[in-house]
Each structure stands twice: as C-alpha cells, then as structure tokens.
Write a protein that binds this ligand. Sequence first.
Ligand SMILES: Cc1ncc(COP(=O)(O)O)c(C=O)c1O
Length: 361
Amino acid sequence: MTQRIWNFSAGPAVLPESVLEEARNNLMSLGNTGIGILEHSHRGKAFLAVYEETVALCREIGGIPDDYDLLFLQGGASTQFFMLPMSLLSKDQTADYLVTGAWSEKALEEAARYGKTHVACSSEDKNFSYIPKTCNYSEKPTYVHYTSNNTIFGTQWSGMPPVPANVDLICDASSDIFSRPIDIAKHGVVYAGAQKNLGPSGVTLVIMRKDLVERGSKDVPTMLQYRTHAKNDSMYNTPPTFAIYLVGLVLKWIKQKGGLEVMGDLNRRKAGRLYSYLDQSKLFKGTAAVDSRSQMNVTFVTGNADVDSKFCSAATKAGFDGLKGHRSVGGMRASIYNAFPEAGVDALIDFMRKFEAENPA
Ligand SMILES: Cc1ncc(COP(=O)(O)O)c(C=O)c1O
C-alpha cells in the first residue's frame, strides 16, 4: 500500500487509521451478514443496528439531553444556513448573528431571506483575526447564531458567547464539534458537517431541542422541516448510510480514547506545541490574535508571499499535504482536528525549524 502522508486538510480531513481499517473490513461484508456496509438497505436490521449504536454513542459522548433530537441530514452545514431561519425566523422577527468569519457571513446572508437580521458583533475590521469581546444584541432576538470555530481564519470561541437570558443559541460547530466538551443544554441547536471531526462528507449532524423542532414552520417543503426527520429517525428518505456508519466508528474511537475531556486535552496539547514554536520563531508568525487562537486550524504566515509559497512547495515534497492557507488569509493553515496525530504536529514543527534555519528571516 502507498505510504500515508501527513494530511493537514481543512476538510474532508484525516480519519483515525483504526476507523479506516474497520470500514475496509466491512466493505465486503458488514460483520457476518454477507452484505457490505455500502449495500445494506437503510430499512434492514443490520443498518438499523448501526444507526441505533451511532445515536446512542453520540448521546453518550456529547452528553446530549433527552429533550434534544439528533438528526443526520444532507446538504452540508451550508443547508443549515437557510434551513434554520426558514423554520425558525419569520418576516417580523430578528435573528442576531455573531460574524467572526466567512461561514458566519454566509449564514447571515441566508437568514436575511426569511426575516430581519442584526449583527451583534463582527471582527471583519481586522480580517476576522480575532473573536470580539462584547456583543451588542438587538432588543428581542428570536435566536443568536455563532460559529464556534472559524476554519478559514484560525480563530475559535474559547467558550460560549454571552447571550441574553431565554434566547436560543444556535451554534455552527462544523469545525470543532466534539473536539472538547460542549454544553448542549445551553444551546437550542448545534449543527456540524461531519467531514472534519466526525467522519466523511455527506452527512450533517443536527442536535436540536425538541420544542424548536416542533415550533418550526409547516409552510416549507417536507424535506426541509426538521420534524420530518425527527419523526422518521432521519430516514424519511434514504439517508447517507455509509457516512452515518463512519460517524459511528469515529464516535467509538473517541469513546475509546476517553471522551471529550481527553480530546480537549489532546487538542490543546497539539495546538499548544505549534503555537509555542510560532511564538519563538523569527520567520513564521500566527495570524490570529493570541486570545482567539483556534485549536483546530492554526494559521500562520512568513510575511512574504514568495517565502510562503516556497515553504508550501517544500512541505509538499517532504510529505506534508494541505498546508496552503485559504486565499482570504494567505500563508499557511495546519488543520489538526481530533484524528490528526500528535506525531504529525511534531514532524511539522521539526520541518519548519529546518526550513527556518535554511531560510532565515
Ligand atoms: C465552520 C464551517 N461552517 C460551515 C461550513 C460549510 O460546510 P459544508 O461544506 O458541509 O456545507 C464549513 C466548511 O468548511 C465550515 O468550516
């Protein structure tokens, strides 16, 4: 088999090797069923067992209370940008958005189709390089939406934003879900595309309080109503069975590792090592404000686009993939989600150190 390399992709991203091996073993036959996981009917006993186990693990690991529905939807997190306001926001209501990057901007734009929107804070003035310290909420927001980790700009809310009492908080956790403990009960909705921390692309996990599911508009297409999926265990239509199966394997892996506290420690340690190196480097520097740094996406530059480019090419040759930064930030981005191994972070730091020695600032 071709040797696997260090994959710093922002998503789809690296998956635990043990998960990939187990999936490979079940491609031809899921357990002793004689039918591969890709070929099982979603209505059959074998897949239903996979589904039940995945839901149970998710509830256990995420500490998801019973009054929340757990849905596996399609259309990516981007579909949630419009599906949520379509259900929960009407023309005469206002939804507040905390705008900390390109993804929150997109969510805001979609909400404006369905009701009034208010930007309660924004870090656009400094190219989204920080998490604002204060929010200025509208008088009576229907909900508050935030993006817990800004994949492109390398910033992350260190905790939940302060929200007015009795206002439902909605979190796009696409790039940091289950990377640390999360207090679901303090949110109305938490959603995440799976392809960074949870599994492959093709499925979006939506954790939604049941009263919000019920409150949702009935005046939208059946497939776009949360109640449709809640009533049918996410199987109103054919669900992405393989993606759900893979999410289940990743959750099992998280549980074996010790759960979200352990994941949080591991991720803090990995990101901490990379930031420590950046802080003493004379060539590289982090782009995010120190108090807003992401533990998932570490963004950095040399300050010279040609040197950035030289670094990325040299890194690719040396077996480090996916380090080129998003075009709106430039430079480099190391995405080090749950499954990215500590050894890969150490290897990157060694490589950067060597590059710096050969290319002094
Ligand atoms: C924070 C965040 N939200 C939303 C999205 C969009 O997700 P999807 O591609 O699943 O629609 C991404 C994709 O990278 C993201 O990082």
